[in-house]
Design a protein around this ligand. Structure first.
Ligand SMILES: Cc1cc2nc3c(=O)[nH]c(=O)nc-3n(C[C@H](O)[C@H](O)[C@H](O)COP(=O)(O)OP(=O)(O)OC[C@H]3O[C@@H](n4cnc5c(N)ncnc54)[C@H](O)[C@@H]3O)c2cc1C
Length: 482
């Protein structure tokens, strides 16, 4: 494991600001966020609730395959503790994929064996990989989305038209594995992870056989290129000015596979479109990662709700009825998310020997939370209003010519000038900085296209009672015709 011990110079090819990063540890864009990820591992040593024993072996609680509602509750409490380390700002901490890996072995048989070469046992590969991830507490980063080149064309059409990077495809089959080429469009935290998990969302067309792939590889595999977006950090300022931007840049990256060798034992799907399309749901990963994800989202919503309430108090707005109503709506929203997550645990069911949270409830949370998050940001921006725009650079408080006046001007009964500046900088960071805007887009999109989430929810909604009532009222109406 490189992430847990911070030794990221393992040959990984990470590109930032147009250059290959020579020393990951000395690059603040990575080293600051790395510290937060490492807290995830430290917490296991500090707090025994973060681990469990199985056959005498201690593992992170994330690898517990839940058997009861209580197990889901236990995991939820730890997801919350992990998320609070970054106030919910880091979405792809190791718990996200690992809680899915915990149950992979229970579902792996659906992956079966290769149709041509039955010795190639994808189910067994998945079981072996899950064991390794658990045993070594690996930080796995995942990439599923193919680059948005032209969503109306199949990946094969794009490849045939000359785009070799429209998805990840099998360039060559060998006795001992495959050579893959291509790209995935977003991989959050990939520069800091130990391993990559690559697969597709459902939706590959029957002709996309060569794109039908799922596999896991170390980040430092030759040919894997991690191309980072621009950082949201402001390295010439301190946390006093950018309390979030400068601490938690959860770097997103475009991943290129430049003729990468994937050995047979790293393959989970290879060349089978149906299995690729089923992978996310049928592997069990979907439900359990969603549980972690919604809990992390709840923590973030809690944080921004708290910021809105604090601003109202400290800016002397709390007495206004409209302000109280707006804050009341935020607290109602928070409660809806909190109780829906608990409902997903209580109404879960046994599946493949695993107690599984109710996905309909989690999808409802996913579809709603983005709007609630936006609403909280709008309230923060409205309350902090022009103050957040006119907030002085914190270094002005050290300038003898202006600091006394600044302190006099900005101190109120509720708050000192310096504390006010810190609070307003927090409000600006989360609503208006590139960091805050990225967080907003993350909440909107990271769990999948909102349109598909709602369609997916509708497709599985149980309307038996609704239909019975409608049938009854229509029948009564029909029978009452004059
Ligand atoms: C900050 C951030 C971090 C992320 N991190 C990760 C990560 O770590 N790993 C990962 O795998 N993914 C990650 N994602 C990607 C995420 O999974 C996708 O953004 C999400 O699933 C939406 O897919 P897309 O961006 O390809 O958009 P698309 O699905 O291509 O949609 C883009 C637009 O096209 C429209 N559209 C697309 N298809 C149709 C259609 N059939 N009919 C009508 N309209 C259509 C949509 O309405 C939308 O407006 C991240 C995303 C963000 C924003």
């Amino acid at each position: 494991m490189t992430t847990a011990n911070g030794q990221l110079n393992d040959g990984r090819e990470v590109y930032l600001n147009g250059e290959r990063v020579a020393d990951m540890a000395s690059e603040p864009v990575f080293s600051r966020t790395l510290k937060v990820i490492q807290r995830y591992y430290e917490l296991q040593k500090e707090n025994k609730n973060h681990t469990f024993f199985n056959n005498g072996i201690e593992s992170s609680i994330m690898f517990l395959a839940p058997k009861t509602t209580k197990d889901l509750e236990k995991k939820r409490r730890i997801y919350e503790e992990v998320a609070r380390e970054s106030y919910g700002m880091l979405g792809r901490t190791p718990d996200f994929i690992n809680t899915g890996v915990a149950i992979l072995a229970n579902y792996a048989d659906v992956l079966g064996v290769d149709q041509v070469n039955p010795a190639l046992d994808y189910a067994q590969n998945a079981k072996n990989w899950a064991k390794h991830v658990k045993f070594d507490d690996v930080f796995v980063s995942h990439a599923i989305q193919n680059p948005q080149i032209d969503r109306q064309k199949t990946l094969t059409e794009l490849l045939n038209a000359g785009n070799e990077f429209a998805g990840v495809w099998i360039k060559e089959r060998r006795e001992d594995g495959v050579i893959v080429r291509g790209a995935k469009q977003v991989n959050t935290l990939a520069p800091l992870a130990d391993e990559l998990l690559i697969f597709n969302l459902p939706g590959l067309s029957s002709e996309d056989k060569n794109f039908a792939l799922a596999f896991a590889l170390p980040i430092a595999t030759p040919g894997v290129k991690i191309i980072c977006r621009k950082t949201t950090m402001h390295l010439d300022h301190s946390l006093a000015d950018y309390p979030l931007s400068n601490a938690f840049d959860e770097m997103d990256a475009f991943i290129v596979f430049d003729d990468v060798f994937v050995p047979n034992d790293a393959l989970l799907v290879c060349g089978d479109v149906d299995k690729s399309n089923a992978f996310f749901e049928k592997s069990g990963l979907f439900n359990h990662t969603a549980h972690q994800d919604e809990v992390r989202g709840f923590v973030k919503l809690e944080f921004v709700t708290g910021i809105a309430v604090r601003l109202a108090e400290k800016l002397g707005l709390s007495g206004f009825q409209r302000v109280e109503e707006m804050l009341g709506q935020l607290s109602v929203n928070l409660e809806m998310i909190r109780s829906s997550i608990i409902a997903s645990e209580v109404t879960g069911k046994m599946e493949n020997g695993v107690f599984t949270p109710n996905m309909q409830t989690l999808l409802a949370v996913r579809a709603t939370l983005t709007g609630y998050y936006d609403e909280a940001l709008r309230v923060i921006a409205e309350f902090s209003a022009g103050s957040a725009v006119g907030v002085p650079d914190f270094r002005q408080f050290s300038n003898v010519e202006i600091s006394t006046m600044l302190k006099d001007a900005l101190t109120s009964e509720q708050i000192t000038a310096e504390e006010r500046t810190l609070l307003l900088n927090l409000a600006w960071d989360i609503t208006s900085e590139s960091f805050g805007q990225r967080q907003r887009v993350y909440e909107f999109l990271h769990g999948g296209n909102p349109m598909f989430i709602r369609m997916q929810h509708l497709a599985k909604t149980d309307l038996t009672q609704a239909n019975a009532m409608i049938d009854k009222v229509l029948e009564n109406a029909r029978n009452d015709q004059n």
